[in-house]
Design a binder for this molecule. Structure first.
Ligand code: ATP
Ligand code: MG
Length: 348
């Protein structure tokens, strides 16, 4: 566990600087203000959503807004009940404890957390065998912020102990443009508005992706000795990275192509798909699938995942007969695959 004193450079310091997630910010502002007025710690917060959407960042921002220390740990490293009891008893009044990947905490640790969250006390066993006894430790009131990419895996008793549960949503292109422009300002890189927008458009609704793409675009600008990032710089970079106009990379396209070519467009079960693609089910589910679902390229049906008409169109396949999910075979059209970098045409 470590105490974070200064924020990593791109991370916003305040709720005002945190771009997007307006509904969540609105509710948080009220809760923060009320906690301050009552001089009480903020109620426990659960942040859920796909990777890179700003859960950790928001936890830092909340601690900043509360002007309290934040301590960081993560579910998989807390094995025994005693581990979590030790962490909790070291917290000062109002401190924030951030547990990342909280759905991966062990059961004994989770059980210790229940009474800590509800009554600010924990019972720990001291000693072993016949001399073992249970000791109750009172804790100073604190705020737990849990983060999870899989809120569905959280046990109901743990979930119910959070006063606020926020599901983070993908960002709009305009919001991501702001994030890219802000990072450029911090790094002192001149960028044209349209270039920032193009990066945003290819960032799968995800700030982490936007910032990662920005770094690669900057590399290209550096190598080409460009003084500013222009739309041309962005399009060249995307061409090199093989990222298409929807922000899909080779793996995303492979997933869709596999469903279309091998499973006739689906539906196909997640297990079968993961096995064919040779990827972990969890990676497929947590990393790739959310954006494909969100952008309407993939749908979840009771019988598995299926490619949509949009996916066929985007990858340049023609659907042979019938409508969605009727199991008719798909045939690639002649211009198959060209579409994916279509918007890059004329870029260089
Ligand atoms: N709303 C936002 N405004 C500005 N920058 C953001 C925002 N959300 C995220 N970022 C930036 O995006 C990056 C990824 O965010 P963060 O690490 O908080 O994501 P996460 O949800 O915790 O991901 P993971 O599930 O992988 O832990 C960070 O560098 C952060 O600065
Ligand atoms: Mg995180």
């Amino acid at each position: 566990m470590k105490e974070i004193e200064s924020l990593p450079s791109f991370r916003p310091d305040s709720l005002d600087e945190y771009v997007g997630q307006e509904e969540i910010k609105k509710r948080l502002r009220i809760a923060l203000q009320a906690a301050k007025l009552r001089s009480e710690p903020l109620d426990h917060v659960l942040l859920a959503g796909p990777p890179g959407l700003g859960k950790t960042t928001l936890a830092y921002v909340i601690a900043r807004e509360l002007r309290k220390n934040i301590y960081i740990t993560s579910g998989p490293v807390i094995e025994r009940g005693g581990d979590i009891a030790a962490i909790l008893s070291s917290l000062e009044e109002g401190d924030v404890l951030f547990i990342d990947e909280i759905h991966r905490m062990s059961k004994p640790a989770e059980e210790v957390l229940y009474s800590a969250l509800e009554d600010f006390q924990v019972d720990v066993m001291i000693g072993k065998g016949p001399t073992a006894r249970s000791v109750r430790i009172r804790l100073k009131p604190f705020t737990l912020i849990g983060a999870t990419t899989r809120s569905g895996l959280l046990s109901p008793p743990l979930r119910n102990r959070f006063g606020m549960i926020f599901e983070l949503d993908f960002y709009s292109v305009d919001e991501l443009t702001k994030i890219v422009e802000r990072a450029c300002q911090l790094m002192n890189i001149p960028i044209e508005r349209e270039a920032a927008w193009l990066i945003a458009q290819r960032s799968r609704g995800t700030p982490r992706t936007a910032l990662r793409l920005l770094k690669r675009v900057r590399d290209v600008a550096t190598v080409r000795r460009e003084e500013r990032i222009t739309p041309n710089t962005v399009l060249r970079t995307m061409d090199i990275l093989e990222i298409d106009s929807l922000g899909l990379d080779e793996m995303d396209r492979k997933i869709l192509r596999t469903i279309i070519e091998i499973y006739d467009g689906g539906p196909v079960g997640l297990e079968a798909l993961a096995a064919t693609l040779n990827v972990e089910i969890d990676t497929l589910k947590e990393v790739y699938e959310p954006y494909l679902l969100r952008s309407g390229l993939l749908v979840r049906t009771s019988r598995g995942r299926a490619a949509t008409d949009l996916a066929y169109q985007h990858l340049g396949y023609k659907r042979v007969r019938g409508g969605l999910f009727d199991g008719y075979p798909a045939e690639p059209s002649e211009d198959k695959g060209k579409n994916c970098s279509g918007s890059l045409e004329g870029a260089s």
